[in-house]
Design a protein around this ligand. Structure first.
Ligand code: EPZ
Length: 429
């Protein structure tokens, strides 16, 4: 199994190109199931999750081609995918596939909407929490689907097609909003989704669906009105920049006392996080082409934060912020309100010398003078990258195991950090 080795203490300095967002790319790929025609997606990130989802979609009959590099393009431009779902040849998403990637559960809505039936394995829990799917199922039921659970599978049927209806999501859920939206666009009649997730990735999916011929109003708000259409058509869409990757590199620059330009980043996608960083003593400058982040000479101050659905501080940046706060002056309070078990990084950060006291959903991080390199283990995607952030600031060598978690969601991370002066490499085997 590969490991990542970091020798800490180098200030990050340079430019990092921000890739297309993983959490937008995945539902956009799944949306290709909604039409027989070709969906072209630009700025696709190079990620293990994208490759795996491509294989899963292939099993349903989606043909995917990846365009070759054009003159003047570099790897930082992302890839262009063409996805064509002429016939859906298999309406079942088996356990072996859905268990490997939770987002693949979202094929449920488009396959049901297009074929009148779908059988998709329950995704099960994962390292960060139990993660049920009740909201996904009640959304589809609100559009007339009959749902049964059998042998670990969701079997959804709508033999006469889905019908428009009122979907009220009892809790803000990104995935349930994706599923509800993809079902409603092909349902007969009008639908409304109330308490919809307002995450930019949901809006990105909705904007792409509109390009495909869907009729959606209220994009980016918590109430979306959808007028069903009989079919969708070809479209071309560019995946929005990854706000979590942006925040992650901003924190990496800050912990090392460096200065980086995050090229292509959009500040409007992470206002709350940027304000928090500024409150902690990080300089943030917004430009027309990206965000410049630098730490002023006086060091970092502790900040307190609670994770919230968008536009609040994202749970997907909680681990990284905690790593940053490990060396800040004072005590930071970090409360996780979205996932009940998203603190797996705490014990690993402690190996590097962090002082974190965990009590229920709240962690108190008391800043220490400095961190020291150690052997640590990645437990999930965002926890792994928090260890990279801490490792960049730690004295000596940090070895991170189980890095396959990182490859799921960070596009060429070692290359991007190395370009800015980090001493980071991958040890194979
Ligand atoms: C998406 O997961 C993201 N994944 C997650 O990113 C992200 O952490 C999460 O949204 C929250 O922002 C992708 O986009 C691929 P939810 P999702 O449904 O949709 C509860 C990462 O690191 N809930 O918004 O699965 C759930 O348990 C990943 O990139 C129900 O109770 O998350 C949680 O407490 C990890 N019933 C809350 O809602 C349901 O039916 C929010 O989860 C569904 C969810």
């Amino acid at each position: 199994m590969d490991r990542i080795r970091i020798v800490g203490g180098q200030r990050l300095q340079g430019t990092i190109a921000i890739s297309g967002a993983k959490n937008a790319a995945l539902p956009l790929m799944i949306a290709s199931l909604l039409t027989r025609e070709t969906l072209t997606l630009h700025s696709m990130p190079r990620l293990a999750d994208v490759t795996l989802l491509g294989r899963i979609l292939g099993n349903h009959g989606v043909d995917i081609t990846i365009a070759g590099k054009k003159a003047g393009q570099s790897t930082s431009d992302g890839q262009t995918f063409r996805l064509t779902s002429g016939d859906i040849v298999d309406t079942t998403a088996p356990y072996e596939m859905v268990a490997r990637m939770r987002a693949s559960f979202w094929v449920l809505a488009p396959i049901l909407a297009r074929c009148g039936e779908a059988k998709v394995s329950l995704p099960g829990g994962c390292a960060i929490g139990t993660r049920p799917v009740d909201l996904h199922l009640s959304a589809l039921e609100a559009l007339g689907a009959e749902i049964e659970l059998e042998g670990g599978y969701v079997i959804a049927k709508a033999p006469k097609g889905l019908v428009g209806g009122r979907i009220h999501l009892g809790k803000v859920s990104v995935g349930a909003t994706h599923n509800a939206l993809m079902a409603a666009v092909l349902a007969r009649g009008d639908s409304v989704i109330e308490n919809a997730a307002r995450e930019p990735e949901v809006a990105d999916l909705a904007n792409c669906l509109v390009k495909m011929g869907a009729k959606i109003e209220g994009i980016g708000t918590d109430t979306m009105h959808i007028e069903g259409v009989t079919s969708l058509h070809e479209a071309e869409h560019t995946v929005l920049p990854d706000r979590i990757e942006t925040g992650t590199y901003a924190m990496a620059a800050a912990i090392t006392g460096g200065e980086v330009f995050l090229e292509g980043a959009r500040p409007d996608l992470l206002r709350e996080a940027l304000q928090l960083l500024q409150g902690s003593g990080v300089e943030v400058e917004e430009t027309a082409t990206g965000i410049r982040v630098a730490r002023n000479g006086s060091g970092l101050e502790a900040v307190s934060v609670e994770t919230q659905p968008f536009p609040g501080f994202p749970t997907d940046l909680q681990a990284q912020l905690m790593a940053l706060m490990c060396t800040a002056r004072g005590v930071s309070e970090v409360r996780e309100t979205i996932f009940e078990n998203r603190f797996m990084h705490v014990q690993e950060l402690a190996r590097l010398g962090a002082n974190i006291d965990l009590n229920g959903d709240t962690a108190l991080v008391t800043g220490v003078e400095g961190l020291t390199g150690a052997q640590v283990m990645a437990t999930d995607l965002r926890a792994s990258v928090s260890l990279i952030i801490a490792g960049l600031a730690a004295q000596g060598e940090t070895l991170i195991g189980r890095v396959y978690h990182l490859d799921r969601g960070f596009d060429r991370i070692e290359e991007k950090l190395r370009q800015c002066g980090a001493q980071i490499d991958r040890l194979s085997g």
